[in-house]
Design a protein around this ligand. Sequence first.
Ligand SMILES: NC(=O)c1ccc[n+]([C@@H]2O[C@H](COP(=O)([O-])OP(=O)(O)OC[C@H]3O[C@@H](n4cnc5c(N)ncnc54)[C@H](O)[C@@H]3O)[C@@H](O)[C@H]2O)c1
Length: 381
Amino acid sequence: MAKPIAIEVYNPNGKYRVVSTKSMPGTRWINLLIEQDCRVEICTQKKTILSVEDIIALIGDKCDGVIGQLTEDWGETLFAALSRAGGKAFSNMAVGYNNVDVNAANKHGVAVGNTPGVLTETTAELAASLSLAAARRIVESDQFMRAGLYDGWLPHLFVGNLLKGQTVGVIGAGRIGSAYARMMIIYFSQFLFVVIIACFVIAAYGEFLKANGEQPVTWKRAASMDEVLREADLISLHPILDKTTYHLINKESLATMKKEAILINCSRGPVVDEVALVEHLKQNPMFRVGLDVFEDEPYMKPGLADMKNAVVVPHIASASKWTREGMATLAALNVLGNIKGYPVWGDPNRVEPFFNENAPPPAASPSIVNAKALGLPVSKL
Ligand SMILES: NC(=O)c1ccc[n+]([C@@H]2O[C@H](COP(=O)([O-])OP(=O)(O)OC[C@H]3O[C@@H](n4cnc5c(N)ncnc54)[C@H](O)[C@@H]3O)[C@@H](O)[C@H]2O)c1
């Protein structure tokens, strides 16, 4: 028999049983569920990544909905278990849902929620931070200082790249990619390769620069990814992960990039062939990379940790307090909305109404990715 999993329970007599596979930031999400007669069970097991068996044990015999994490494998087995327990709602606490088999969820009639809109700027800011850290060799310099190696200013010490006037490429210019592009326009880029972006921002900023006697910023939609790879000095990856973006950056695409280019990945690890990347970093010491995500997360491919031209952080792109609390709220409301039979919110990117502390949230599920497949009604609010 499977070992029992440690849990913390709120509102034990609540009518609906909602399980969260992890403790999540803030308390608003818990209070919102309790106010609507939910018994909330939070897994407190000291294990970072729960197995399918662990989650089956958490679901148990009766469960109305589950809030889960991007580290979990939500496929046929878990959706079947949730459905058997009477559950019809699951939400990832993430915008990406490459860990979820949506077809399996559809088959079992389970709504799948995600949390767009609340992590856009926070994630773009981390991508911008990694861009600067990689360009100016911040991590290497920090390690050098702490090791007591600094014995005076030198002309060659940690010389990096000036980003002003450089060409920035964005691959996957959706919500986060566009927000990153807007941040880079403000100062660095002379030229942007993006698919969509608020052109008027560029135009207005261009006018401002012209008025100050400076070169205006320009942008264009690249004809191909190869064009971006060839021409950009700094490339940031922001696509979804699916079979079209698996190893989008591989040996060939790395070879197409400039020898001194900077590559940033705040999307998902498997978008980059990490073995090819390690080899490329070895062969091209002036090529730099900033990584928030890894192909075999939580592990790094052999050799990556030794590369001084790599800045690596542990998947923290959405880790601002406001964003993580907001993600928890959206995930809880996705599950609650479905339990209560609410319609789906019309625009999943317009999430502010769900964060107003002084008013109850709209009676809608903020973002359900398979709403159409399940024929769920859309809110008129
Ligand atoms: N590192 C993190 O903590 C973190 C945080 C948030 C999001 N993410 C990742 O970022 C992704 C993007 O989030 P978003 O909110 O901007 O999503 P989005 O749907 O707004 O944007 C995704 C973009 O990828 C593009 N795309 C799809 N297939 C492509 C392909 N084959 N080649 C190039 N572009 C392609 C789409 O056209 C779209 O513009 C998420 O799916 C998630 O995996 C990571």
